[in-house]
Design a protein around this ligand. Structure first.
Ligand code: CO8
Length: 258
């Protein structure tokens, strides 16, 4: 298995785990973290034995943002040429469902990384925010776009323009987080959710994720067309036959992910 410098990876059953591991910098996302996360997520995504991915950090921080010390001296031309944005786009394009299990700070790029995931589970200690404005910049890894789609334009503007942080409960009320969990139980709950997803048909999961993505990326008419095509396409899979036969025979399905 590949060694990574800034993350730990583990496979448990059909779930791939990526744990950000720069404790001295509160998991700040430097370019090595980006390369490691993109490579690890890509490897899990290419492996049909993996049906869900969990991305997590430490108790104190999911990630406190892009690495300010790495960025500070750069010019605008360097920021463009470094292709930070393109590489994170490859993480967002992973087909396998990804769960962010967030404890402590998810700020700036950390909040943006969580928003590239499909489901955000938060420990009650979690704090979310886009504080870039206090550094004289703005979110640069999708924050202004994904936050508006996640919580609506007014809550997004409150965060992006003031830099204030949301508690886990506020984030749940705003729709950013789907479940708030006592901090000590976060990873066990993330494992349960990931296992429940990974037990489903991987072909159906890919289709479901692509259709959910279409809902935020296209018009309603295009999204509905995409959904109808994807729904019909699944009737040519073994897993659809197995899932419906299992229902009729009152037994759990045994998906082969074909
Ligand atoms: N970058 C680099 N180092 C960091 C970062 C960061 N984002 N956050 C924390 N650290 C480091 C600190 O410098 C400190 O290191 P050292 O001990 O060597 O001084 C260590 O982590 C511990 O941090 P603190 O001592 O500050 O811990 P506190 O508990 O006092 O405070 C906070 C925790 C509130 C999270 C505080 O660290 C903080 O405000 N961090 C910065 C948060 C922030 O502004 N994030 C946004 C960054 S900008 C961004 O994400 C833009 C995204 C777009 C990028 C586009 C591609 C490049």
């Amino acid at each position: 298995m590949t060694d990574y410098e800034t993350i730990l990876i583990e496979t448990r059953g059909r779930v791939g785990w990526i744990t950000l591991n720069r404790p001295d910098a509160l998991n700040a996302l430097n370019s090595q973290v980006m390369r490691d996360v993109v490579a690890a997520a890509g490897a899990f995504d290419a492996d049909p034995a993996i049906g869900a991915i969990v991305v997590t950090g430490s108790e104190r921080a999911f990630a406190a943002g892009a690495d300010i010390k790495e960025m500070e001296g750069k010019s605008g031309r360097e920021m463009l040429m470094d292709d930070h944005f393109g590489a994170w786009g490859r993480f967002a394009a992973v087909r396998t469902p990804v769960i962010a299990a967030v404890s402590g700070y998810a700020l700036g790029g950390g909040c943006e990384l969580a928003m590239m995931c499909d489901i955000i589970l938060a420990a009650d200690s979690a704090r979310f925010g886009q504080p870039e404005i206090t550094l004289g910049v703005i979110p640069g890894m999708g924050g202004t776009q994904r936050l508006v789609r996640a919580v609506g334009p007014y809550v997004a503007a409150d965060l992006v323009l003031t830099g204030r942080l949301l508690s886990a409960d506020e984030a749940a009320r705003a729709g950013l987080v789907s479940r708030v969990i006592p901090a000590a139980d976060l990873l066990a709950e993330a494992e349960k959710v990931a296992e429940a997803i990974a037990a489903k048909s991987l072909v159906a999961l890919f289709a479901a994720k692509a259709a959910l993505d279409a809902a935020v990326e296209t018009t309603l008419a295009e999204g509905l067309r995409f959904e109808r095509q994807a729904f019909a396409g699944l009737f040519d899979t073994d897993d659809q036959k197995e899932g419906m036969a299992a229902f009729r025979e009152k037994r759990p399905p045994e998906f082969t992910h074909r």
